[in-house]
Design a protein around this ligand. Sequence first.
Ligand SMILES: Nc1nc2c(c(=O)[nH]1)N[C@H]1C(S)=C(S)[C@@H](COP(=O)(O)O)O[C@H]1N2
Ligand SMILES: [Mo]
Length: 369
Amino acid sequence: MPHRLAELPLLRRLKPGLHVYDEEALNAEPAIGLLDQQITPIDSFFIRNNGELPEIGDGHDWTLTIDGEVERPTVWTLAGLRQRFETVTVTAVLECAGNGRSQFSPATDGLQWRLGAVGCARWTGVRLADVLEHAGPKPSAVYTAHYAPDRQIGKPEKAALSRGLPMAKALAPETLIAFAMNDEPLPRLHGGPLRIVAPGYPGSAWQKWLDRISLRPVEHDGEKMRGTDYRMPIRPLQPGEALDPANFTVITDMPVKSLITTPVDGFTMKVGERLTVGGFAWSGAIPLASVELSCDSGESWQEVPLQPGEGPFAWRRFEAEVSADQAGPLVIMARARDVAGNCQPLEIAWNPRGYCNNQVQRLRGSVVA
Ligand SMILES: Nc1nc2c(c(=O)[nH]1)N[C@H]1C(S)=C(S)[C@@H](COP(=O)(O)O)O[C@H]1N2
Ligand SMILES: [Mo]
């Protein structure tokens, strides 16, 4: 029996509005309308698991081991971490690299996410940099390796996922070992007691149920960090072309993107009526510059005001009123741009694993007389 069935009643109770994927690991995403809030409530936040949920108990005896290329290997308790290091909160978007994968044509392997594998939360914890500096990274350390107890479905000897960060991102002030989400203790489903928060990086880099960090003298090659896993080709590839992993690089900062969260697909409005169109825009390391809306299938675009976000890694609200003077179908599109001039494409270039789809969303509705 697929393991996730045991977790479904819990999920249905905790997160009633989520679409649960019919596969063995527990994966679920909200309807887009549930994302129409500055801070995504835990109840509406997507869940992504590569393997079985680990059994953690009450978590009080959880420890975090720091070892590898460090001067002082250390084992921390939860209480020890909290006492020794400053507690900080960062508001940040968490997006799965496969969000929007269902739009790739031809279809790629992997979970066929719609557009809801993203959310913005307040993450509280200690800085990964502080913990690493306490252990004293050796000059040979170039990458972190993160470990957790979850295992692949039916393969208890294999880790579900073990990813890491380049040292520069591990030492960046926004990167956390988090123990709280939206001011609540980090829920088990989101990696409690401890997870990595790597703002701007794909969700895969946000290791859940973190129990060990090992500094490595090479790029980490743990589970889901090899071959083409969470990697993008360095040049465009045609479907069916032979894949050479040497031509792929690890996804680091996610591309600029926006999502219209109100109204939702299938909306109707009356001729002459004003309709509020709202949503959020975000990007990885490069700050957002602007968002434009189009109500004529991309013929013309108009810049819309962008509200300040809760810090550089939160998403930012945009809102505008639109109206239509004749009945018929209406397609609304939003297009975000970052300060380096990167802009959401109208059509995403295909890649073999279906990652980083930031193509402009087409919201379809109709205008009635
Ligand atoms: N231990 C562990 N951490 C993990 C994963 C996992 O399968 N195991 N999945 C990763 C992926 S691919 C994503 S997108 C995020 C999702 O985080 P969430 O379930 O809290 O939304 O967790 C990441 N951390
Ligand atoms: Mo992911």
